[in-house]
Design a protein around this ligand. Structure first.
Ligand code: AMP
Ligand code: MG
Length: 404
């Protein structure tokens, strides 16, 4: 049986980043940048005030004094008239400094501090304290210079990157398109959540869990629905994925050794099955291959196994498809509160991890059966028991992945 890391490697090897497209900046959040961005401008763009106050000449910074107010500079306006000794200009936060400004005094440090919005500038103002040269001034290029490399291809664009791109005047950005993930469930026992149950049936849930995970990971989702346990139905739904040019097909169930596990046999007949068992728990029956050329990941049917299989194999595949640089998932180390038993397979157990006296402490969330999704609902982490380990005493250190 393949180890988790071998399976991981074989899966990642078949994926490469999807093509790129240009999108307007307001559609770019969550996407993956496809080319490096160099700053087209300095930031700040020009010398400006970081407070509402009065711009001072160098000779007038040293001690408290009364000055003549010769200009009123709002944000968005400029003046070219240089300040002379004994003169100052009222200035608003973000407004361009008049030439000759050495520092800005906050309005709170003057006799003009408590004013309603719209109050005109005074004729004279008294400054209460000495100001350091440069105080309350943001210089052009303080944060970055034209030509600086600011963002690199393969980055996930978060809110702050979008904000930076806007500040740099990038109205459109080159990103990777969203990978198309086709999602299939299978099983005669499965009814849609809105359909009343009949004896022996259960509500289909994996497509909801997996769709939520996939959409969070930034894919365009194609729902192939729920196939009966029949080769004909499974095949016709997989054909839809091929027609819409899915980048990857993800299914759940039907890849084990049950008498009606037809998903695997369809892949064997109409595609190529690379492997279908991985030495892990939960999630041993996990199939990987291609269906008519489209990469196929067949997750197990049990709800916890499907979730774990997604986290371990599908998420990194989606990262690679998206154009992200795939890094090993960050893990932390926690301390086991209670002893733990495993069966020697690489195990992903559900736990609550909390900070106690400066240490991360991990407690299993009860019944670890692969059908018990409550064990995941109550969890904020997966504990990773390495293969070959059958038991761990209390107080052992263990690797964990935090889960959203
Ligand atoms: P199978 O892989 O078909 O043997 O399914 C294993 C277990 O997972 C069975 O208990 C199924 O009823 C359950 N199962 C399979 N698919 C789903 C699904 N989409 N939603 C909820 N449970 C499922
Ligand atoms: Mg089944």
């Amino acid at each position: 049986m393949l180890s988790v890391s071998e399976a991981h490697e074989r899966i990642l090897a078949v994926f490469s980043p999807v093509e790129t497209q240009t999108v307007s900046l307001n559609r770019a959040a969550g996407r993956v940048l496809a080319r490096d961005i160099k700053a087209k401008t300095d930031l700040p763009l020009f010398d400006n005030s970081s407070v509402d106050g009065f711009a001072l000449h160098a000779v007038d910074c040293a001690s408290p004094r009364t000055l003549k107010v010769v200009a009123d500079i709002r944000a968005g306006s400029t003046t070219s008239k240089p300040l002379q000794p004994g003169e100052c200009a009222r200035i608003m936060t973000g407004a361009s400094l008049p030439p000759g400004t050495e520092a800005v005094v906050m309005v709170e440090d003057t006799d003009f501090s408590v004013r309603a919005p719209g109050t005109p500038a005074p004729q004279v103002v008294t400054i209460h304290k000495a100001i350091q040269p440069g105080e309350n001034i943001r210089r052009a290029g303080d944060n970055l210079h034209t030509g600086d490399m600011v963002l690199s291809a393969g980055m996930h664009l978060r809110a702050q990157e979008i904000g930076l791109l806007a500040m740099l005047g990038e109205a459109e950005v080159q990103v990777h398109r969203q990978p198309r993930l086709a999602l299939l469930s299978s099983g005669d026992e499965l009814l849609p959540v809105e359909t009343p149950l009949t004896p022996g049936k259960i509500h289909e849930s994996n497509s909801y869990t997996l769709a939520a995970l996939a959409e969070e990971a930034g894919v365009e989702l194609i729902r192939l629905g729920v196939a009966d346990d029949s080769e004909v139905d499974i095949r016709s739904r997989l054909d839809q994925a091929v027609e819409v040019k899915a980048d990857v097909i993800v299914s759940s169930a039907g890849v084990s050794v049950g008498a009606f596990d037809y998903v695997k046999s369809v892949i064997e007949e109409d595609g190529e099955l690379d492997f279908w068992k991985v030495n892990m728990r939960p999630g041993k029956p996990l199939a990987f291959g291609r269906y008519r050329g489209v990469p196929f990941i067949g997750l197990p049917g049990n709800p916890v196994s499907a979730f774990v299989g997604f986290e371990v194999f599908v998420r990194p595949a989606l990262e690679k498809l998206s154009g992200l640089e795939v890094q090993p998932r960050p893990h932390q180390v926690a301390c086991l509160v209670e002893p733990l038993e495993s069966d020697g397979r690489e195990s992903y157990l559900r736990a609550v991890v909390s900070q106690e006296n400066g240490r991360l402490m991990a407690r299993l969330t009860g019944d670890q059966g692969s059908g018990n999704i409550l064990s995941l609902v109550q969890a904020n982490a997966l504990l990773i028991v390495p293969s070959g380990v059958k038991s761990l005493p209390a107080n052992s250190d263990i690797d964990i992945w935090l889960i959203a």
